[in-house]
Design a protein around this ligand. Structure first.
Ligand code: SF4
Length: 251
């Protein structure tokens, strides 16, 4: 997973494109490679005739993002089908609708890589880039994949807020940033990463319930509660940076 940090510093957009190419070619986890490809070879009836992506899914969004949204992994018939994170499944419908309502997206719909969706000030990614069986990656798979998230957070130089969707993403980001003591996940939990954090220094880690159907169908996560997360993210992102020198610009 070698990178060219100098290229990323000079041009975050180019660094992210180069990273995406490496992510999409990755075959490091045999179980997940087999699963993503098996799912792609047997589309759901609703998607019969579609060609699934069937590969790892890179992060998506604005290279100048101040807000980064981190999920668990692509869904088998969502990102693993469409090739874009949180795209083509119910969780993604919720997420991009919320981003649109809160001024981070040019449209509410997210259906394919060619749907015209653009994010402004936000970047969406995940801890694990291959769809895992039952949405449960092993610890070894998480550890194999998380360096890609670390690289993204390093390339996105102006990050002020990391919104973690669910406890898995929350703990993965806290660990990456070196947050001590280990914070407890809750909807709305905030952890100041401090100027000395290993990644996203000076940013705030903000926990949110994941917009999974289990949470949205049961009312554990409502649209109002999800909106409150992004309203808070915008508030935090507008605050003066306390992170590394040169991180982002005001406005
Ligand atoms: S989960 Fe990550 S590390 Fe594992 S094969 Fe997919 S992209 Fe590679």
């Amino acid at each position: 997973m070698s990178a060219d940090p100098a290229a990323g510093l000079a041009d975050p957009a180019a660094g992210l494109v180069a990273l995406a190419a490496r992510v999409e070619a990755c075959r490091a986890c045999p179980r997940l490679v087999a699963w993503r490809e098996a799912v792609a070879a047997a589309p759901r009836a609703a998607y019969a005739g579609q060609t699934y992506w069937g590969r790892p899914v890179a992060g998506f969004g604005d290279p100048a993002a101040r807000v980064v949204v981190v999920g668990l992994a692509p869904a088998a018939h969502g990102g693993n089908r469409t090739g874009r994170i949180f795209t083509g499944d119910r969780s993604g419908d919720w997420l991009y609708r919320a981003l649109w309502r809160n001024g981070y997206a040019n449209q509410a719909e997210s259906s394919s890589r060619a749907d015209g969706l653009r994010l402004v000030g936000a970047f969406v990614t995940a801890v694990v880039r291959c769809a895992p069986p039952e949405n449960k990656p092993t610890n070894a798979e998480r550890d194999a994949c998380v360096p890609y998230l670390a690289e993204e957070l390093d390339l996105l130089r102006g990050v002020r807020v990391v919104v973690a969707l669910g406890g898995f993403a929350f703990q993965a980001v806290a660990r990456l940033a070196g947050a001590r003591p280990r914070p407890a996940f809750a909807h709305g939990a905030e952890v100041a990463l401090g100027p000395d954090a290993r990644l996203a220094p000076g940013a705030t880690l903000l926990g949110s319930y994941h917009p999974s159907q289990r949470n949205t169908f049961t009312g554990t996560l409502t649209e109002a509660a999800f909106d409150a997360i992004f309203a808070r993210a915008r508030e935090l992102a507008a605050q003066a940076p306390v992170g590394r020198a040169g991180a982002g610009s005001p406005g």
